[in-house]
Design a protein around this ligand. Structure first.
Ligand code: F6P
Length: 524
């Protein structure tokens, strides 16, 4: 079975949405709210510890029913079932897309269980000191060496759940920037550090180069035989890991049906498991599993990822909004946006449809943002008074983890105030001059969660994973490959040989040739 491949612009619903857009594009949300006191009840979803309000959007009942009709016309339900049943929906790589199987506690695959058990015993031995370093000292630091999906997810979760962490310090070496590696190693002691080399392919240039740097650094004090106490690998390429010098016992397997940017739930999450303990890692998975069930079983009109995906299509394709912002009102979530950028932009930055044809409509939007309230003092001016329409997700928590309520009330007052100000602007208010006038009518979603726990974070991340799936199905693209990244990797290899040999004759572009020549000259 393959995914339905329907051009969304040819559906009846799309045509109806185009006409509907003409009616609604100039409507002001301020007026709509003043005439409809039950709007927030109708356009909101209560689910577990989440309250999701999407009433501050440029929509009415008809918009939602047409968007739902679009979802049905492109056979979204069928596509969701195919994903969860393990059909090879990543057709261009001939792979299933089953990160949800990593957290399916009702029906867990034996190999997933086995890997989880291995992660549990490894992390517990490190945490309780049974696994010591080569001089008998307890392990104090864990370093994740990996890039892209082998970095962003683990780092985002470790930061987001900092409150739940144990004594182990975690570090992330991702960038090939040699200065960064040196800076990170400066703070570490080889006797008490474990390096987790995370690479699904075990061939990513940056990761292998950095892994070699840390290995050389380690061997200045330890012996080859000590490597097994300090180096582990997470990979589908066990041969590559063994050739690097990692013992078979220290290799945590991965399955090819787990895409890099969806892999934090797999053994790629080993650093998370060490830093938070297995119990918290499992709670994270369970939270994601809850969201999976919601996505799979809930009617589309009460289904959070479906509604979010549809709203995003509404703004992207009808309002022509090019970007979306995500602003989390929690400093713990300061790595959420970089994580989402890879998830969304590597998945949906595509311009060929599932039939292999060039696409004539807009697909993947730009995702950006940062934490609130800091963001308010940086780019919010543009959200409020700029010329661009930027739908924004606001994420906040009812309880603060350390109980500093005074600050938390101020933080959350800003959280609510921003959605209010974006919506209302200075509508119907007297202002001194036009510079001080705010149109308002700016859309936002609000995700209010009880508390930042591992379970709730798991649900939140899964929500966004499913949202991007919904977008990809509607846009008729393959969300699970990333051929565009591969081109850059190949060009970088050719460029490196030009730099190393000091010969730019094979470089095609004259500007690049001159730049490299200048670079080489500056170094002499
Ligand atoms: O950025 C491209 C990419 O292939 C990502 O999809 C992946 O997460 C990353 O590189 C790292 O790949 P690997 O885990 O194989 O080193």
């Amino acid at each position: 079975m393959s995914l339905p491949a329907i051009n969304p612009t040819k559906t009846e619903a799309w045509k109806a949405l185009e006409m509907h857009f003409q009616e609604i594009q100039t409507q002001e949300m301020q007026e709509i709210f003043s005439e409809d006191f039950l709007r927030a009840d109708r356009f909101s979803i209560e689910w577990n510890n989440f309250y999701v309000d999407y009433s501050k959007n440029r929509i009415n009942e008809k918009t939602i029913s047409l968007l739902l009709a679009l979802a049905n016309e492109v056979k979204l339900k069928d596509a969701i079932n195919q994903q969860f049943f393990g059909e090879k929906i990543n057709q261009t790589e001939n792979r299933a897309v089953l990160h949800t199987a990593l957290r399916d506690f009702d029906n867990m695959k034996p190999e997933v269980k086995e890997t989880l058990n291995k992660m549990k015993s490894f992390s517990e031995a490190i945490i309780n000191g049974n696994h010591a370093g080569f001089t008998g000292k307890k392990i104090t630091d864990i370093v994740n060496v990996g890039i892209g999906g082998s970095h962003l997810g683990p780092e985002m979760i470790s930061e987001a759940l900092h409150f739940y962490r144990n004594h182990l310090k975690t570090h992330f070496i991702a960038n090939i920037d040699g200065d960064d590696v040196v800076e990170k190693l400066k703070t570490l002691n080889p006797e008490t550090t474990i390096f987790i080399i995370v690479s699904k392919s075990f061939s990513t240039q940056e990761t292998i180069a950095n892994a070699n740097v840390v290995k050389t650094w380690f061997l200045q004090q330890g012996n080859e035989s000590d490597l097994q106490k300090h180096f582990v690998a997470v990979s589908t390429n066990e041969k590559g890991a063994r050739e690097f010098g990692i013992s078979q016992n220290n290799i945590f397997p991965m399955d090819d049906w787990v895409g890099g940017r969806f892999s934090l739930w797999s053994s790629v999450g080993l650093s998370i498991c060490c830093a938070l303990g297995y119990k918290n890692f499992e709670a994270l998975l369970k939270g994601a599993f809850e969201m999976d069930k919601h996505f799979r079983n809930e009617e589309f009109n009460k289904n959070i990822p479906v509604i979010f995906g549809l709203l995003s299509v509404w703004y992207n394709n009808f309002f022509k909004a090019e970007s979306e912002a995500v602003v989390a009102y929690s400093q713990y979530l300061h790595k959420l946006v970089p994580y989402l950028q890879q998830a969304f932009m590597e998945s949906n930055g595509k311009s060929v449809d599932r039939n292999g044809n060039k696409i004539e409509y807009q697909t993947g939007n730009i995702v950006w943002g940062n934490v609130g309230s800091n963001s308010q003092h940086a780019y919010f001016q543009l959200l409020h008074q700029g010329t661009k329409l930027i739908p924004t997700d606001f994420i906040g928590f009812s309880k603060s983890l350390h109980g500093n309520n005074k600050n938390h009330f101020i933080l959350m007052a800003n959280f609510f105030a921003q959605t209010e100000a974006l919506w209302g602007g200075t509508h119907n208010k007297k202002v001194d001059n036009s510079f001080k006038s705010f149109e308002g009518n700016k859309p936002s979603n609000t995700i209010l969660i009880e508390e930042l726990t591992p379970e709730n974070l798991g649900s939140l991340v899964a929500l966004y994973e499913h949202k991007l799936f919904v977008q990809g199905i509607i846009w008729n693209i393959f969300s699970y490959d990333q051929w565009g990244v591969e081109l850059g990797k190949n060009v970088a290899k050719e460029t490196l040989s030009a730099i190393e040999n000091g010969d730019t004759s094979e470089i095609k572009n004259n500007s690049t040739q001159k730049l490299i020549a200048k670079f080489l000259k500056n170094r002499t």
